[in-house]
Design a protein. Structure first.
Length: 479
């Protein structure tokens, strides 16, 4: 498959070179037409499988983005957004973020809908390393979406009813370009995710219920899948006892059938691969939830889902390289949970497999320069090593994870309190109780802040969540 794509993509790169060459040699409308052809070609390359010619394509994309079109600001923004997708694949997340920032600046002169798309993509990239700043940008995107009148699914229903009764509302920009509606929906999902990752759990639930819960599977399949992934994370992080059966049923009737249908296709698009990843990740999260809280769960099912997640992350690795370490960390956590539920004499081997999985996750995180996944992998390996009696490894890994946390602050898809309590447990084993106490106090402060953000009834479930229970067990009452 890869070899055939490489052959095809070399042809696309040649076509791109021809388009850029013609655009550089012409002016006015002809230049715009050649740049539009270049844009289509760049998008094809950016959304395809991994390919050797991509660095050459990126050079051409950078040239295309600098060529002025015929008074078409939208075209320049489109070229920069496509270039950013190529940059992500060739040079990584931070380099792509710089290109997206340039796209946002250029979008100041473009149409409002395209400006919204650029801001959402930029906010998503920034949020991967700065949750607070990413939230600011995405909130700005939400404001812009409301300003230009992008419809929610509820709005669309009301409008269709009005149309039936004779409304003559004129067509607007986002009626003609579905990407604008997707950008608005994605901003809503990402705002809720960032709020959760920042520990503002009550606000995250409110944002989910108001803007994400009713996203249409038909109109916004990826954003709806991301929303279901978000609620799975919330159930897991807050131990919402009343929602566990619901979540497991949702996986059986929605996530797994969708995932199996996509995996059965002989050919898939970039959107298919992204959608399959979110379905697989939600299934794996639910497996972890079941392993922790559902008695007599079949561990092999959980292990199978972890392997499916691993496969889907690698299938989408070219377009989204940080998904590989993210999936690898979750797989390591599942193996760790399986090991803790395994009886001797097989328990030692199960923990050894968890160590291996965490080491694989660490390598993937290093390759993708994904600090959050690096801290998660180190924490998982520390816990597994501690269970095997390898205390030096456990303490070293745990302290490295804490150092990453201290350097970067709160990160997406990483629970700070889990990093801290794992380090505390390792220090307690070697007798450094003072250091352990410091770490427990830090973890307890984080948990208290998260708890305070929740409405009263949810706090009871939250207190019994697995990580929070470990922190409570080690916390020393003030004297």
């Amino acid at each position: 498959m890869t070899e055939s794509w490489d052959g095809v993509s070399r042809g696309w790169v040649a076509r791109l070179a021809e388009s850029v060459d013609h655009a550089g040699a012409t002016a006015g409308r002809a230049r715009s037409e050649h740049l539009r052809d270049a844009l289509q070609t760049i998008s094809t390359l950016a959304d395809g499988p991994a390919s050797d010619p991509l660095p050459d394509a990126l050079v051409l994309a950078e040239i295309a983005a600098t060529l002025p079109a015929s008074d078409e600001d939208d075209l320049r923004v489109e070229l920069l957004l496509a270039q950013a997708r190529l940059v992500l694949r060739v040079e990584g997340q931070r380099a792509a973020e710089k290109t997206l920032e340039e796209a946002v600046r250029a979008a100041g002169r473009a149409s409002a809908g395209l400006r919204l798309i650029a801001i959402v993509e930029y906010g998503r990239a920034v949020g991967k390393h700065s949750l607070a700043r990413g939230l600011e940008i995405l909130t700005e995107a939400q404001d812009l979406a409301r300003e230009i009148g992008v419809e929610t699914d509820q709005d669309r229903t009301s409008r269709l009813l009005a149309d039936l009764t004779g409304s003559d509302r004129p067509l607007r920009e986002h009626d003609l370009d579905p990407r604008i509606g997707h950008a608005a929906a994605r901003a809503d999902v990402l705002v809720a995710m960032n709020l959760m990752d920042l520990g503002r759990l009550g606000e995250a639930f409110t944002a989910y219920e108001r803007r994400v819960l009713n996203l249409s599977e038909q109109h916004h399949p990826i954003e709806a899948a991301m929303g279901r992934n978000l609620i799975a994370q919330m159930i897991l992080a807050c131990h919402l006892v009343g929602k566990i059966d619901y979540q497991m049923t949702l996986v059986q009737v929605v996530e797994l059938p969708f995932l199996e249908e996509i995996r059965a296709r002989s050919q898939t698009t970039g959107a298919d691969r992204a959608l399959a990843f979110w379905h697989a990740h939600t299934c794996a999260l639910t497996a972890l939830l079941a392993l922790r809280y559902v008695p007599d769960i079949e561990t092999q099912d959980a292990l199978n889902l972890a392997e499916v997640l691993r496969e889907e992350a690698h299938r989408d690795a070219a377009a989204a390289p940080t998904l590989v370490p993210m999936a690898a960390v979750l797989r390591a956590e599942i193996l760790l949970e399986v090991a803790s539920n395994t009886a001797e004499p097989r328990r030692t081997g199960a923990y050894r497999r968890a160590v291996d999985a965490a080491t694989e996750a660490l390598s993937a995180a290093d390759a993708a320069d994904a600090q959050r996944s690096r801290a998660g992998a180190l924490t998982a390996r520390s816990r597994a090593a501690l269970a095997l009696g390898e205390v030096d490894v456990a303490v070293a890994d745990a302290e490295t994870a804490v150092a990453i946390l201290n350097e970067t602050g709160t990160m997406p898809a990483l629970r700070s309190e889990e990093v801290l309590i794992a380090a505390a447990e390792a220090h307690n084993v070697i007798g450094s109780h003072e250091r352990a106490g410091e770490l427990v106090a830090q973890a307890a402060d984080v948990v208290a802040q998260h708890r305070a953000s929740l409405p009263g009834p949810m706090r009871i479930d939250f207190d019994s969540e697995a990580v929070n229970s470990r922190i409570t067990a080690l916390a020393v009452p003030a004297t």
